[in-house]
Write a protein that binds this ligand. Sequence first.
Ligand code: PAF
Length: 285
Amino acid sequence: MMLEVATAAQLRQALDEWRSRGERIALVPTMGNLHEGHLQLVDCARERADRVVVSLFVNPTQFGPGEDLDNYPRTLDDDRAALAARGADLLFVPDEAVIYPHGREACVVSVPDLSDMLCGAARPGHFDGVATVVSKLLNLVAPDVAVFGEKDFQQLMIIRRMVADLFMPVTIEGVPTCREVDGLAMSSRNRYLSEDERRRAPALYQALQRVAGALEKGRTDYDALVESARKFLSEKGFEPDYVEIRRSDDLAMPTPSDQALVVLAAARLGKARLIDNLRVSLETA
Ligand code: PAF
């Protein structure tokens, strides 16, 4: 049976009991509106720990003015049923006063080196909100392992850097992006797409595949590759925000000798801002 708690004290009680039995704990932080991609994070957590805690909190500090905080899909009943069926042990559903007891600005965690580029350039403050809430959740749960999706590649890099730099005693696991059959990365924001936009949406992944294919063939004219991907997206009706080729270990600009790369893109399609990425390894055996 899955427990559900809303306060830090209730959470501590459940965790203390498990820990006193020597059980390993995994945390899967979410904002709810769960899809198969989230449930695969739960599967990964179950493989790595005895107990799986899922947090569900629509974190206001990672939404900018004019973003979709108020309209962000909230589907608690469905999420609860899906998590119980997938074998989660505890659902933590705090309200804002639990997570921000002294207000939203009282304490902010920032990873500036990795936060101001890519999605951070278009969404100022977004990654400070993410780093802050993830620190709080890691402190509240003190898990042995915490699991995140690779779809939010920049977010995952920021969390890894934060955990390493603040010596947080937790292992961070990344889980490959879960895709629909036509290649579209699963995302809660896909539900903002109209029928016609949904048909066109896989072009984002196709754009990444085209760049990745060219890199694998040895092309190093990165500017031309991203420009042609932007053009492809515009032709498919997207408003590209960025298409970038970066080093996959630190998101720095690559040089032609770099072999571990990632192609990242964000683009608007109608009301939805979609993001995706594809890693490219040029290492020869
Ligand atoms: O990836 C998400 O859903 C959120 O950014 C996270 C990690 C749960 C923090 O609110």
